[in-house]
Design a protein around this ligand. Structure first.
Ligand SMILES: Cc1ncc(COP(=O)(O)O)c(C=O)c1O
Length: 397
């Protein structure tokens, strides 16, 4: 039996490998930062989501160490049994204040936050309408829900209108309708328009939800996210986010009305049945929020670097798609070529990960770049020079 399994895995992997779609993760041998050690070589990092460069911020590191000294390394329980410490409660209070919501709830990851929120709040008789480019965790949340569902073309709000009309009309949905979108799309760096989403939700009595994984710490004043950036906080119901990107620790959260939080506490399966975040993690997250609220220079620097690098790639003649955020794709259009480009960049001193099917359609295969506040101008100029050299060598520009 086990033998069959091994043969099956092998055949599957060979199938992927033959299409250049099998990649083991690159092992990093140093802390997160603008330059990292990979395969014994120091290279410029352009594939990490620590947008504000807080992974090694002294206040954050100190908070984690202090939490270990006082509380030890783990909680040893799920939140509802004996896994809730004062640290978790304080962290949730700070997330809610930062996001301008009534309350917040921690999850173990952004993935489990999306799965938990979508599948718990949408039940039989309800309906979910999801943007086609939404993150895998939203898709899995939809799959776990007993609600019916529909998918609208990316950012096509006329299509969303049509699907909502159909749901309330021909489909006869009497229950709740959840409309869910990523704030910043992780592979493309473009941003959802929340005003038409809020308008349509009001028109059809639906509930708006945004996943601000790539937007928190990045978009809007002080990095408060897309809801703030687009001034829809009065009209917005549900926000989910991660604690593994601009807040570069680990975990996820829901931010929204207190009563929704209470329902999730009672019903959300990842919250009920999986261990709570360890003290060092929670204390580090709270310290990151402190830093975001008191040191605006990181956010400002992130955007200066974003403009410099994005303009540089465009001037070189690369196709950077629709990005308006620090996530800038360099679209190559062929998985094998994108893999070759990524490998050539690494040989020459830049780590920019290739992104292929199934993460994006084959014809949109790309190398994805992410700049952070921690990059110095010299890092980014050197990276642009390497992109130029390697792009010419492979005939991409
Ligand atoms: C848009 C989006 N949502 C959710 C997640 C999941 O977050 P986490 O890594 O905290 O599970 C990610 C992570 O890649 C993401 O890009």
């Amino acid at each position: 039996m086990a033998h069959n399994l091994l043969e099956w895995c092998n055949a599957e992997i060979e199938g992927l490998r033959s299409r250049s779609l099998f990649h083991m993760p690159k092992v990093h041998e140093s802390a997160v930062g603008p330059r990292v050690m990979i395969e014994g070589k120091r290279v410029i990092q352009l594939s990490n989501n620590s947008y504000l460069g807080l992974s090694t911020h002294p206040r954050v590191v100190e908070a984690a160490k202090k939490a270990i000294d006082k509380y030890g390394v783990g909680t040893g329980a799920v939140r509802p049994i004996s896994g809730t410490m004062d640290l978790h409660v304080e962290c949730e209070r700070r997330i809610a204040r930062f996001k301008g919501t009534e309350d917040a709830l921690l999850f173990q990851s952004g993935f489990t936050a999306n799965v938990g929120v979508v599948s718990t709040l949408s039940v039989e008789g309800d309906h979910i309408i999801s943007d086609e480019l939404n993150h895998a965790s939203i898709i899995d949340g939809c799959r776990l829900s007993k609600a019916s569902r529909a998918v609208y073309r990316h950012k096509d709000y006329a299509h969303l209108d049509e699907l909502l009309r159909e749901a309330r009309g021909a489909k006869g949905i009497k229950g709740k309708i959840l409309v869910v979108t990523d704030g910043v799309v992780s592979m493309d760096g473009d941003v959802a328009d929340l005003v038409p989403v809020a308008d349509l939700c009001e028109k059809y009595d639906a509930i708006p939800m945004v996943d601000d994984a790539h937007a928190t710490g990045v978009m809007g004043e002080g990095g408060r996210g897309t809801v703030h950036a687009q001034h829809v906080h009065e009209r917005w119901t549900l926000t989910v986010g991660t604690l593994s990107k601009a807040i570069p620790v680990v975990g996820g959260y829901f931010a929204g009305p207190k009563v929704v939080k209470e329902y999730l506490v009672a019903k959300a399966r990842p919250f009920l049945f999986s261990c709570s975040a360890p003290p060092a993690v929670v204390a580090a997250v709270t310290a990151c929020i402190d830093v975001m609220e008191t040191e605006p220079q990181h956010h400002q620097r992130l955007w200066e670097n974003t403009k410099f690098f994005k303009d540089g790639l465009k001037k070189l003649g690369f196709n950077t798609g629709q990005s308006v955020s620090p996530v800038t794709p360099v679209i190559i259009g062929d998985g094998a070529k994108a893999a070759k480009f990524s490998a050539t960049l690494l040989k020459n001193g830049v780590y920019a990960q290739g992104i292929y099917f199934p993460m994006v359609p084959e014809k949109l295969s790309r190398v994805r770049t992410i700049v952070t506040a921690a990059h110095k101008r010299e890092d980014l100029q050197e990276a642009l020079d390497i992109f130029a050299r390697c792009g010419k060598e492979l005939g991409l520009i």
